[in-house]
Ligand binder design. Sequence first.
Ligand SMILES: Cc1cc2nc3c(=O)[nH]c(=O)nc-3n(C[C@H](O)[C@H](O)[C@H](O)COP(=O)(O)OP(=O)(O)OC[C@H]3O[C@@H](n4cnc5c(N)ncnc54)[C@H](O)[C@@H]3O)c2cc1C
Ligand SMILES: NC(=O)c1ccc[n+]([C@@H]2O[C@H](COP(=O)([O-])OP(=O)(O)OC[C@H]3O[C@@H](n4cnc5c(N)ncnc54)[C@H](OP(=O)(O)O)[C@@H]3O)[C@@H](O)[C@H]2O)c1
Length: 446
Amino acid sequence: MTKVAIIGAGPCGLSALRSFEQAEKKGEKIPEIICFDKQEDWGGLWNYSWRTGSDQYGDPVPNSMYRYLWSNGPKECLEFADYSFDEHFGKPIPSFPPREVLYDYILGRVKKGNLKDKIRFNTSITNVTYDGNSFEVTYRDKKDDKISKDIFDYVIVSTGHFSVPFIPEYSGMKSFPGRIMHSHDFRDAEEFRNKNVIVLGSSYSAEDVALQCHKYGAKSVTIGYRHNPMGFKWPKEMKEVFHLDRLEGNKAIFKDGHEQEADAIILCTGYLHHFPFLSEDLKLKTGNRLYPPMLYKGVLWQNNHKLMYLGMQDQFHTFNMFDCQAWFARDVIMGKIKIPDNSEIEKDINKWVSMEEKLENPDQMIDFQTEYTKELHTLSDYPKIDFELIRKHFKEWEHHKVENIMTYRNKSFSSPVTGSVGPIHHTPWETAMDDSSKAFLNQSKN
Ligand SMILES: Cc1cc2nc3c(=O)[nH]c(=O)nc-3n(C[C@H](O)[C@H](O)[C@H](O)COP(=O)(O)OP(=O)(O)OC[C@H]3O[C@@H](n4cnc5c(N)ncnc54)[C@H](O)[C@@H]3O)c2cc1C
Ligand SMILES: NC(=O)c1ccc[n+]([C@@H]2O[C@H](COP(=O)([O-])OP(=O)(O)OC[C@H]3O[C@@H](n4cnc5c(N)ncnc54)[C@H](OP(=O)(O)O)[C@@H]3O)[C@@H](O)[C@H]2O)c1
């Protein structure tokens, strides 16, 4: 019997498990599947951990999520085609839920089956090699500190790529008297109440960590961008300045001459695609981009079609794109999708990579990833979902952010699955301090 290893039980790994489950429900014979996750429970980054550094077994903590994190895009854009928010919550809910609500949703559909039985938790994959015929997968049971090996026909890598921080160094860091941390280790903005905070970066973490610090009472937040500013209309206690030059004592000196006293520096400088467990011939090497090279249809490893990667792209689309990838990978494994010859594969990859390299603005990037996801969708029986509506929502969302970065999360969108419209949340995001599911879902607070 064909044997498949899925590495990681975050949203991507769960999409893969779900895809096989759906085929089995239709009466198809599915391969033997074992999913491994180094955490003690499923949900990937959404399974919040207070821990930073290493866990009780000495293993690096993969989690980068923090308290009070709310979805940064409309939930309607990430909705599963086969499991709507309305079905999970029994009613329409507002469009920008906090982490706990999304975590509950992600797990809702997989909890309905017996998929948990297929997952080995507290198990780190430490080595994967290919001998020309099959994969040898080595794993460590963290609780028993026991190393084992197993042979698989296919490997699906769904280990995420927002877990291993990229940490640059700037002159003066060694003698800075305050705290220096990466957003990977950021857990609670309360820590920075009444503090002067420097945030480095100009992408989603920089934007959200800076806003969190402001929301929870930082005295000032200074964001240092390297190439392009985010350019939002920030509240008066926040500003965006050009590139950190150096630190002198507790003073941050920027390349535009700006100087700011600082109590803490938060490096929102992104993450590394890091796969220390894969042998060199299997290892994806890329930065955070919309079309990493060497992946046919963004999934299949060009040099070995029995190796698949899920969710390795930079992401506008998330959960339903992961599903389309998982359904595609499943159908390749089950022989339902014919893989073209090597020159066709190369041509296809080059086409997408060169299109990606010409993208100039967020609207074009949204179009690019929507087109990619739409194409993938046509290749499997993943249920119908309105990607044109999702495209429209993403663009509207971008414009809401430009209009007012403090209020974009108060807007509402319609579902690409059920058509229902998210109600306006009872409390504007800026003053909603309680991020629990209970508080969020209690619309009667209105
Ligand atoms: C701070 C932050 C906020 C985000 N907010 C949003 C948001 O609001 N909306 C949104 O749609 N997306 C958001 N994202 C994007 C996020 O990437 C996806 O939502 C999603 O979590 C990606 O799923 P994944 O399965 O690829 O990876 P992950 O969620 O990272 O899951 C990977 C899993 O693989 C396991 N693993 C890793 N290495 C090994 C190993 N060697 N052996 C065994 N198991 C291993 C990990 O334990 C983990 O459980 C956010 C990301 C970050 C960092
Ligand atoms: N739900 C939420 O609210 C939320 C919150 C946080 C993160 N997220 C998610 O988390 C994921 C990761 O986002 P991310 O922002 O961490 O990573 P990212 O999108 O890869 O961005 C990395 C940033 O680091 C900057 N950078 C790199 N090296 C630098 C240096 N030496 N000095 C200054 N800046 C440097 C880059 O700047 P250049 O552009 O100049 O290269 C870029 O702005 C995204 O999917 C995002 O959606 C979501």
